[in-house]
Design a protein around this ligand. Structure first.
Ligand SMILES: *Cc1c(COP(=O)(O)O)cnc(C)c1O
Length: 380
C-alpha cells in the first residue's frame, strides 16, 4: 500500500491490504462464476455477524440508502415513527422518513446523553408507532445507545412497533444480536467498522419486518430501493444463481467479502472485546491528557470512536492540521450546536484488531505532541 496519512476518522477506516487487493481485480461480469459466490457468501456471513436468521441486503450505495430502504419499504405515508435522536444522524434519518410521508416524532436527548429507557416508554404510550429508530452510535457525539434495553421496552410497551437500528457506525465494533434482542432492521455501510471501501449499503432485516413489508397496503414509493426488486436478487445470489436488476458494485463486493471473512475468522465476540479494550485505552489516555469527552459518561460512550472537546485555548484550526502533519487524519465536529468545539477519532477495524500495526498508539502520541505544539500545557 502506498504510504499515506492514517485515516483515523469514524469511517472510512483503514483497509487491510487483502481488502484493497480485492478492489484491484480485473473487470468481472456481475454474473461471472467467481462473482456469484462472493455476493452469496457475503449474505451468509452477514447473518453470522448480525446474529440473525433474517434477510441481509448488500446493495450499491452508502449507509444513507439504508434509510431510504427502511422508510420506503416498511413505512407507509401517514404512519407514525418515533426517532430516538441523539444528534446529527437522528435529524437526518427523520428527514428521510418524512420524505416518504412518515409522521416523525423526535425523542431528543441533550448533547452527550443517550436515550433514557423511561423516556422511550413514555413516548411509546402517546400513540401507536409503526417503527422506532435508534442511532446505535451517533457518530456526531460518540454516544452509544442501549439498543438492547430500548428493544426490551418496545416489546413491553408496543410489541408491534418495528425496532430499527442505524448501525452505520456500530456494526463490526459494537455488540449487536438482532434476533436475541428483538431488532427488526439494522442499517450499515461498508466503510465503517466493516472495514471495506465506501460504496455499499448493508442491511439486516428480520423475518417479521419482511412480513410487514409483504403486507403493505400501498405500493413502495421508490424505484431503486424497492425490496420487491432486491429480494429475488439476494435470494438468487445466495442460491449461487445469476440474476439481474441493477448492476452490483462488483469490486466493492469482492472487497467486502474479504473483510467479512476476516471478521468471522477472527471471531465476532473477540472483535467486540478488542474494540472495548482499545476504546478504554484511548479514553484513559484522553482523560489523562486533561481532555473531556462529548459523551457525559463512559457508560454510554461508543467503543469504535471518541468525540473529544478541545481544551481551553486550542481550536480546530490549530489541532487538526498539526495532527495531519504527524500523519494522522482526525475529523472535526459534526453536531451543529457544538461543531467548532470538539474533534473525533475513529478506532475501529484493523487499527485495533491488529495492534501490531501501531495505529492507535501513533494516533494518541500524535495527539499529545500536537496539543503541546498548540501551546496546551494541561496535564501533558
Ligand atoms: C456515516 C453514518 C451514516 C451515513 O452513512 P453514509 O455511508 O455516509 O451514507 C448514517 N448514520 C450513522 C450513524 C453514520 O455514522
Amino acid at each position: 500500500m502506498a504510504s499515506h496519512k492514517l485515516c483515523m476518522i469514524p469511517g472510512p477506516i483503514e483497509f487491510h491490504e487483502d481488502v484493497l487487493q480485492a478492489m484491484a481485480t480485473p473487470a468481472t461480469s456481475h454474473v461471472a462464476p467467481n462473482f456469484i459466490p462472493a455476493l452469496g457468501e457475503s449474505i451468509e456471513l452477514l447473518r453470522q455477524i448480525l446474529f440473525t436468521s433474517g434477510q441481509p441486503f448488500i446493495i450499491a450505495g452508502s449507509g444513507t440508502l439504508g434509510w431510504d430502504m427502511t422508510a420506503s419499504n416498511l413505512i407507509e405515508a401517514g404512519e407514525d415513527v418515533l426517532v430516538c435522536n441523539s444528534g446529527y444522524f437522528g435529524d437526518r434519518f427523520g428527514e428521510c422518513l418524512e420524505t416518504y410521508g412518515a409522521k416523525v416524532t423526535h425523542l431528543r436527548v441533550p448533547i452527550g446523553e443517550s436515550p433514557k429507557l423511561d423516556d422511550v416508554a413514555a413516548a411509546l404510550k402517546t400513540k401507536k408507532f409503526k417503527a422506532i429508530t435508534i442511532t446505535h452510535v451517533d457518530t456526531s457525539t460518540g454516544v452509544l445507545a442501549d439498543i438492547k434495553g430500548i428493544a426490551d421496552v418496545v416489546r413491553r410497551e408496543s410489541p408491534e412497533t418495528l425496532v430499527v437500528v442505524d448501525g452505520v457506525c456500530s456494526v463490526g465494533s459494537e455488540e449487536i444480536r438482532m434476533d436475541a434482542w428483538g431488532i427488526d432492521v439494522v442499517v450499515t455501510a461498508s466503510q465503517k467498522a466493516l472495514g471495506a471501501p465506501p460504496g455499499l449499503c448493508v442491511m439486516g432485516v428480520s423475518e417479521r419486518a419482511i412480513g410487514v413489508f409483504k403486507n403493505r397496503n400501498t405500493p413502495v414509493p421508490n424505484y431503486y430501493a424497492n425490496w420487491n426488486r432486491w429480494l429475488p436478487i439476494m435470494n438468487a445470489y445466495e442460491a449461487r444463481k445469476p440474476s439481474y436488476f441493477a448492476t452490483p458494485a462488483v469490486q466493492n463486493v469482492f472487497a467486502l467479502n474479504v473483510s467479512l471473512k476476516q471478521i468471522v475468522a477472527q471471531g465476532i465476540e473477540k472483535r467486540f472485546a478488542v474494540h472495548k479494550e482499545a476504546s478504554a485505552k484511548a479514553k484513559k489516555f484522553i482523560h489523562d491528557l486533561g481532555l473531556k469527552l462529548v459523551p457525559t459518561s463512559l457508560e454510554h460512550a461508543a467503543n469504535g470512536m471518541s468525540a473529544v472537546y478541545y481544551p481551553e485555548g486550542v481550536a480546530a484550526t490549530d489541532l487538526l492540521p498539526k495532527l495531519a502533519a504527524h500523519g494522522i487524519v482526525a475529523a472535526g465536529g459534526l453536531h451543529v450546536e457544538i461543531a467548532p468545539k470538539y474533534f473525533r477519532i475513529g478506532h475501529m477495524g484493523i487499527s485495533v484488531t491488529e495492534p501490531e500495526r501501531g495505529h492507535l498508539d501513533a494516533t494518541l502520541n500524535a495527539l499529545k505532541a500536537s496539543l503541546a505544539e498548540c501551546g496546551y500545557k494541561g496535564a501533558l
